[in-house]
Design a protein. Structure first.
Length: 367
């Protein structure tokens, strides 16, 4: 090999090393290690909201790009053993018509979702123990044949059940911590244990799930300092997805007369989550659109990169009412898929074609 060729190779190698070093230098300097004081300040800063939202959108663009990942959401049972004070499907709500899908209904709904192009199917329910580990494993195994990622959101289960779901093919699990204020948690979630819920999250991480958690913003008795603690908790837990939603009081719960959370505070909280965990998946939650006709688009413009259109069919869509004002209850899954797709493209974003898994910074190309 000629000297000139060797010189050229050496120069290219050094340049490549500089690029990699530069990428890591940028990453380490742009991943914000905000302390609680700064988080509280920015949550309270109404005047600085526009700047914060723009910063979060830029972080989103740099780390996860312009793709928006669509997850087809199936709400398969509104039966719940818990009695959370804020939830419309709480056990003691006697005004609610209850339902649970059969195995066949659930699998067929997922099949139709896959035909609509969804690469992830999210199965969400109350804590309905009718769906045993054996039954859910059969469902997961059947749906996995549709070439989709599977996310479960069924609440607190045992380690053995989580393990069985994972071995059957479940990829992700969503379980919000709701609030890290333990006193507030036990007041709003009677009969439940914050510590046990936290331990469930640790089990899921140990088993290798992509872990989703999150919190509600604007709960009665919740302070801004508590919201800051929620963000720091999710950063420390190193979640793969974080869902932030405003509290919306339900007329059939003990909190029916409480003041609800605001969209602005929810957006600020979500924006800070993006800045603190820049490479994770963050959904534009449907609750935001219950507060504003463009709620999900607003969220996509300040850090969100996931939307979960409802593919539940018929009357079930209306009966899974965690909060009032739920959007799209009279629409078909196909209409929801088309509608949100057009909205996403209208703001210059694209629909993700893959499974939309969380790729940590260290796993991304060039790092």
């Amino acid at each position: 090999m000629k000297k000139a060729e060797l010189y050229h190779i050496n120069i290219c190698y050094k340049f490549q090393k500089q690029l990699v070093f530069g990428a890591w230098f940028y990453i380490l300097n742009s991943m914000k290690k905000l302390d609680k004081t700064e988080i509280v300040r920015r949550l309270k800063d109404d005047a600085g909201q526009e700047e914060l939202l723009k910063e979060a959108d830029e972080v989103r663009r740099r780390y996860v790009g312009d793709e928006v990942h669509l997850r087809g959401l199936i709400e398969f049972s509104n039966i719940c053993r818990n009695n959370c004070m804020y939830c419309g499907i709480r056990r003691d709500n006697k005004c609610l018509n209850r339902y649970r899908m059969t195995e066949e209904e659930l699998i067929e709904t997922a099949r139709r979702g896959a035909e609509l192009g969804f690469k992830t199917i999210v199965m969400q329910s109350g804590e309905d123990m009718y769906y045993s580990a054996e039954r859910m494993c059969r469902i997961v195994e059947a749906i996995k044949k549709f070439d989709v990622a599977i996310t479960l959101s069924m609440g607190e289960r045992s380690y053995e059940e989580y393990k069985a779901f994972k071995e059957a093919g479940a990829d992700r699990y969503l379980m919000r911590i709701e609030t890290t204020d333990k006193d507030l948690y036990h007041k709003l979630d009677p009969e439940m244990s914050w510590q046990h819920r936290y331990e469930c999250l640790l089990m899921l991480k140990e088993l290798g799930y992509e872990l989703g958690s999150g919190s509600m913003v604007g709960l009665p008795g919740q302070s801004v300092e508590s919201i800051a603690d929620d963000l720091l908790f999710m950063q420390k837990l190193d979640v793969d997805m974080a869902g932030i939603g405003p509290f919306i009081p339900h007329h059939q719960t003990p909190l029916k007369d409480a003041a609800g959370g605001t969209l602005d505070l929810a957006l600020r909280t979500m924006s800070l989550m993006r800045i603190m965990l820049p490479d994770i998946n963050i959904p534009a939650t449907t609750a935001m659109e219950s507060l504003h006709p463009q709620g999900r688009i607003k969220a996509l413009k300040c850090g969100a990169n996931v939307v979960m259109p409802n593919i539940t069919e018929g009357e079930y869509r209306k009966l899974y009412e965690l909060y009032p004002g739920k959007i799209c209850v009279d629409d078909t899954p196909a209409h929801c898929r088309s509608c949100i797709g057009l909205k996403i493209m209208s703001i210059g974003r694209t629909i993700g074609q893959g499974y939309g898994s969380h790729k940590k910074v260290s796993e991304q190309k060039g790092c």
